[in-house]
Design a protein around this ligand. Structure first.
Ligand code: TYD
Ligand code: MG
Length: 455
């Protein structure tokens, strides 16, 4: 029999090669290939077109059970899930260490247990004493939650098989789990995949909602468990700056619903508090107009969120290469906007350092932020504050035109409701906006004129 070949698996993307290399050919990450146990040699006949069971085909309109959902007891969590947990579904909860995943899931599991659903929380990272201490601090110690510290998938499934299946099973985290069906230490790609496979199978067969916690590396990909993204039904990401209070729960993939709604939480001494109306959260609450600050009416799903964009420009005396630093926005997009402002409006940033910050630890991904960033930059460069009660939105093209964006009306109305009586955006005003409350800007040059004219 031929000797089984060596096998190297990328811990980032899961691709397999037979030769070790410094860089993965598929995802281009460095030093991510690790050797894994070779696949068992397969001696059965390679013809698969016989000897199996016959499967039945069904019509698309065959009767289906309606999708039932169960609330988690945390409305913001339910919102991000698209309406609650679906029994028999697997959810991957990604996030950086310390962001609050364990806290969120302990709160949700305890709330469900209090409401009469059976919930199991298995921690592979903390001793039960530690989890209990946290539950006491959060005022949840009385919830009839079943808690265990375990890392063996066989032990966990044996225990669960002995009783009625729970409504919710939390595994914190999948990187600590171990399946004895295959070799390898917990956290290796094959272990993570095998452990998840067994747990997901149990969840599907028993209509259990399963949540797998997965740690995320600094570049935002779920390390190792990234290979789980296609095995689970829902991929969620819990985001925020650890130094700030606010946390955003986002679905990156959802087989049972839309992925555009977010859940907003604040990390407080008593755990995560839900923030039902986030529109004013990310404003710094300033009372005097400051140059370099612009308010952007962002949209998260159906909810508007007002965000403050801050720019600082420092002129350099020497010929040193000026720095560009961005927090909360894409640095490539900033470079593009600076280039457009130089090429189309004649402004010069080449000998100046540019710093851009989105207040409150918020991360902007809405392309409509371009105009607000441009307004903050021009305002900082000219040292002219924008009107205190103004908001700015619109996408900017390489030609320097301001392009229309989705839901301008929702943005303008929310801003007006919160006392921002001037909205500057793409040339066509949204329906119902008065000429006094809306300024359409066709190009970035018009924006520059407007900022320069401000007093
Ligand atoms: P945790 O849920 O352990 O994060 P993760 O599971 O994602 O690694 O939360 C860790 C942080 O949250 C911790 O550093 C302290 C903070 N925290 C609070 O501020 N208030 C609280 O009530 C709790 C439980 C945690
Ligand atoms: Mg944790």
């Amino acid at each position: 029999m031929a000797k089984p070949k060596r096998r190297y698996v990328c811990t980032e993307c899961g691709s397999v090669t037979t030769r070790w290399q410094g860089q993965c050919v598929d995802c281009s990450q460095w030093n991510t290939l690790v050797e894994e146990a070779p696949e068992t040699p397969f001696s059965a006949k390679h013809d698969l077109s016989g000897g199996g069971r016959r499967i039945a085909f069904e019509a698309l309109d065959a009767p289906t059970e309606p999708l039932t959902r169960r609330g988690t007891g945390l409305a913001e969590f339910d919102r991000a899930l698209g309406g609650g947990l679906v029994p028999g579904s697997a959810i991957l909860m990604g996030g950086e260490p310390g962001i609050g995943k364990s806290t969120l899931l302990l709160q949700a599991a305890a709330a469900m247990a209090r409401a009469g659903a059976s919930a199991v929380y298995v921690s592979g990272e903390e001793a039960t004493g530690q989890v209990r201490l946290r539950a006491t601090r959060l005022g949840l110690a009385d919830a009839p939650l079943r808690l265990a510290a375990a890392t063996s998938v066989r032990d966990i499934l044996t225990t669960l098989a002995a009783g009625p299946p729970p409504a919710l099973l939390v595994i914190d985290s999948i990187q600590t789990m171990h399946s004895d069906l295959i070799e390898g230490a917990p956290g290796t790609v094959s272990q993570v995949r095998a452990s998840a496979f067994e747990l997901i199978r149990y969840a599907k067969e028993n209509h259990v909602a399963l949540v797998l916690v997965g740690h995320v590396t600094k570049d935002g990909s779920i390390a190792g468990p990234r290979v789980l993204e296609h095995m689970v039904d829902v991929v969620m990401s819990f985001e925020g700056e650890r130094s700030h209070q606010y946390r955003i729960l986002r679905a990156l993939k959802n087989r049972f619903g839309a992925v555009d709604e977010i859940g907003v939480f604040a990390m407080e001494g008593q755990g995560l508090a839900e923030v039902a109306n986030p529109s004013l959260l990310f404003l710094s609450g300033r009372e005097e107009p400051i140059a370099g600050s612009a308010i952007f009416p962002a949209l998260e799903g159906t909810r508007p969120v007002l965000v403050e964009v801050q720019a600082l420009i420092v002129r350099l005396q020497s010929g040193a290469t000026p720095r560009r630093a961005v927090v909360g926005w894409d640095s490539g997009r900033l470079a593009m906007l600076l280039a457009v402002l130089e090429a189309r409006c004649g402004l010069s940033f080449s000998s100046a350092e540019v710093y851009l910050n989105v207040a409150g630890g918020y991360r902007l991904s809405d392309p409509a932020a371009d105009l607000a960033v441009a307004a903050a930059l021009v305002s900082a460069l000219a040292d002219k504050p924008l009107p205190l009660a103004s908001v700015w939105f619109g996408e900017v093209s390489l030609a320097g035109e301001v392009r229309p964006v989705v839901h301008p009306g929702v943005r303008v109305r929310e801003a007006a409701k919160l006392g921002f009586d001037l909205a500057c955006g793409p040339p066509d005003p949204p329906a119902g906006a008065s000429a006094k409350a809306y300024a359409g800007l066709s190009t970035l040059a018009k924006l520059v004129d407007r900022v320069m004219a401000a007093t």
